[in-house]
Design a protein around this ligand. Structure first.
Ligand code: PGA
Length: 249
């Protein structure tokens, strides 16, 4: 049995008052379930406050990105050590919105992931194809390149401490979800690719699906053999919806 993870990616949402009301809703409505690791990723400015609210609860904390640098003259950047001191234990890396709007490359994501692991943060490494790439039948080529590039130089132990999220870009925030079968096909392909690094680590690696996951479609996705959880955007901003997805496990 692989670990199942349901992670909420709040993106550019979550002032302090919004963080307070959303987390209180989650804490009131969701009791611990040993079958699932639950995680929220608020914006940087709410992490410390979220950590205080979540202390002693089963809900874990992650950030949405981090710098590839440890410290120094990098205005506007947030370091791994800074994230650790505010209670984050996970970090989303290489989200398609970072790739699209901030020109992040596999090489940069790889550098960030290595630094995160060295510091004791668990990276959630995102991969996924664009609509035109899927239409041109390039999904495996694109995702395979992203997996190889972002995991370049990883040891088996580094894979064991990581999480991968497959998020087809055309399904993010669009209401279009990959069918469970479409998603399963790519998840299986990713696991085979990771097996090239280490076959045992590939078997235990959680591979999450992301892209318009909702309470109504979560169960169908989660019952696929290679889908080990979800990275949830829009539906993680409503406590009832996020709890509905957790309960689908
Ligand atoms: P969505 O976002 O659930 O709103 O489609 C998912 C993500 O970008 O992680």
């Amino acid at each position: 049995m692989r670990e199942i993870i349901i992670a909420g990616n709040w993106k550019l949402n979550g002032t302090i008052p919004e963080t307070e009301s959303l987390l209180k809703g989650l804490l009131d409505g969701n009791s611990q379930n040993d079958k699932v690791t639950v995680l929220v990723c608020p914006p940087y400015t709410s992490l410390h406050y979220a950590h205080k609210l979540l202390e002693g609860s089963h809900i874990k904390l992650g950030a949405q990105d981090m710098s590839a640098h440890e410290k120094g003259a990098y205005t506007g950047e947030i370091s791994a050590d800074m994230l650790l001191t505010v209670g984050a234990r996970y970090v989303i890396l290489g989200h398609s919105e970072r790739r699209q709007y901030h020109a992040e490359t596999d090489e940069l994501v790889n550098a960030k992931a290595k630094l995160a692991l060295a510091k004791g943060l668990r990276p959630i490494i995102c991969v996924g194809e664009l609509l035109e790439q899927r239409e041109r039948n390039q999904t495996e080529e694109v995702v395979g390149t992203q997996v190889a590039g972002t995991l370049s130089g990883f040891t088996a132990e580094m894979v064991q401490q990581s999480v991968i999220a497959y998020e087809p870009v055309w399904a993010i925030g669009t209401g279009k979800t990959a069918t469970p079968e479409m998603a399963q096909e790519v998840h299986k392909f990713i696991r085979e690719r990771v097996a090239a690094v280490d076959s045992n680590a590939a078997q235990t690696l959680p591979i999450l699906y992301g892209g318009s996951v909702k309470p109504g479609n979560a169960a169908g996705l989660l019952e696929q053999p290679d889908i080990d959880g979800a990275l949830v955007g829009g539906a993680s901003l409503k406590a009832a919806d996020f709890i509905g997805i957790i309960n689908a496990v």
